[in-house]
Ligand binder design. Structure first.
Ligand code: FPP
Length: 238
């Protein structure tokens, strides 16, 4: 691990896209209209990240806790997601972006799973930037299922419990292939992690902004990257 990454761009940026509801409320619109407005910065930030040579962009699009929202809001969010995948996959394909869904994706509605599977398959050969959409995602559930998998394999005698490494564990996470997060951005004013990528955030730099997600533009993203590049990362060393 490098002693410091001053002046180099982050390889992996993760974003908690918060504030769609408040953005809509302030305009007398429905929460779903806030999510619709939130799809635009997804496009903008993906392009900006690509230009800035970010290799992994991971977006928190739907948490396990979000299932508790109204049926209408949940349905609208998933239909928005399907529309996004339908309209953007061709562009992702030609621009070198690989798309992945990470989370308890078996719980997603059939149409969402199908659109996701198609986009994943089509873009599987792309290597410039990996866009991961965290869907029905919760870190504790992810860590628990990884532990469960390891325990079952040990019970069957496939692995030796005393020889389990961090890599063995990481490989069993939904987000397994992702490298550590360098920079976590959270929009919308709250300063918390909300059960997102707990394993990969171990040494991440955290960046919080009051800007609501639908208002978050390229300039805001560049400010966050600039802030990151000015930080000295020590990874627990002196
Ligand atoms: C949090 O804002 C946001 C979400 C739960 C959904 C995120 C979804 C999008 C940005 C839509 C587009 C996504 C893709 C990938 C096309 P909130 O509703 O909790 O806002 P609030 O805190 O103001 O209520």
């Amino acid at each position: 691990m490098p002693d410091s990454q001053e002046h180099s761009p982050p390889q992996h940026v993760a974003i908690i896209m918060d504030g769609n509801g408040r953005w809509a409320e302030a305009r007398g619109r429905s929460r779903s209209e806030g999510h619709l407005a939130g799809a635009e910065p997804v496009r903008t930030i993906l392009k900006a990240a690509h230009r800035q040579k970010v290799r992994y962009l991971t977006l928190y699009a739907f948490s396990t806790e979000n299932w508790a929202r109204s049926k209408e809001e949940v349905e609208n969010l998933f239909s928005l997601l399907v529309r996004y995948l339908d309209s953007e996959t061709a562009e992702l394909l030609t621009s070198g972006v690989r798309l992945r869904g990470v989370g308890d994706t078996g719980r997603l509605p059939e149409a969402t799973r199908a659109a996701l599977a198609q986009a994943e398959e089509l873009t599987a050969g792309n290597t410039e930037l990996t866009l991961s959409l965290a869907l029905s995602y919760g870190s504790r559930a992810e860590l628990t299922q990884a532990a469960r998998n390891l325990a079952q394999e040990a019970q069957k005698g496939l692995i030796d419990p005393s020889a389990v490494t961090e890599e063995d564990f990481a490989r069993r996470l939904w987000t397994g292939i992702l490298p550590e997060v360098d920079l976590l951005i959270r929009t919308g004013g709250d300063q918390r992690i909300s059960n997102f990528l707990l394993w990969h955030l171990a040494y991440a730099e955290l960046y919080f902004t009051d800007t609501l997600w639908p208002d978050f533009g390229e300039e805001d993203f560049l400010l966050a990257l600039n802030d990151f590049q000015g930080r000295r990362r020590r990874f627990g060393r002196a």
